[in-house]
Design a protein around this ligand. Structure first.
Ligand code: NI
Length: 197
């Protein structure tokens, strides 16, 4: 329990910092060998990743795109309507090209499996009739350069605490779609995590 309280506290501070820094997150700084803390959302913040199947599929594609593009996946959390990643720059291209590819691959696979239709439909029906969402992802993403070990730890704590803060689970260990188990227990999760030295 004290651990969770600590992470809650950490998240509160990180969240405030994130809120103030949001607009500048659209500005890109590449080629500095920094890590990038990236946040992106489902279309109109609909809970298109609310099923376990959808989150499993996302994590699987994340691993595949990492292997294809050669960036380091340092941390992540998949939430029902948004995702946070902590990654290095890829061997070729930029974090923007990583995001472009990842979003494309995931939305294609989701459409094929129609995994997100029911979740999206139920809420859209409520909002504006039976219209289905045209897109899976919100167009933009937020990108913050992480330039120190301290910042890296802060972002990892922030990500791992997300499901607890949102009351999806009581402890980060109960949320399978994050890098928590790798850092807390040195356990392989659903996708390999790349250690930063
Ligand atoms: Ni979040």
């Amino acid at each position: 329990m004290p651990q969770v309280r600590f992470e809650n506290l950490g998240l509160g501070l990180a969240f405030l910092a994130l809120g103030f820094a949001m607009p500048s997150g659209l500005k890109r700084y590449y080629g500095k060998a920094d890590l990038h803390f990236i946040t992106f959302s489902c279309y109109r913040r609909l809970p298109l990743l609310k099923t376990e199947r959808a989150r499993d599929l996302f994590v699987q594609e994340l691993g595949r795109v990492r292997d294809e593009m050669g960036f380091r996946l340092v941390g992540y959390v998949v939430m029902p309507e948004h995702v946070h990643l902590l990654i290095s720059e890829p061997k070729q291209g930029t974090p923007s090209s990583v995001l472009h590819k990842l979003k494309l691959q995931v939305s294609r696979k989701m459409r094929r499996g129609s995994g997100y239709r029911s979740a999206a439909q139920s809420r859209l029906q409520f909002e504006e009739g039976s219209e289905q969402p045209r897109a899976f992802w919100q167009a933009r993403f937020y990108d913050f350069n992480v330039y120190s070990r301290g910042k890296m730890k802060e972002k990892l704590n922030y990500m791992h605490a997300n499901p607890v803060i949102r009351k999806l689970v009581k402890h980060p260990s109960e949320w399978a779609w994050s890098s928590w188990s790798f850092y807390a227990r040195e356990e392989e999760g659903p996708v390999r995590i790349d250690v930063v030295d």
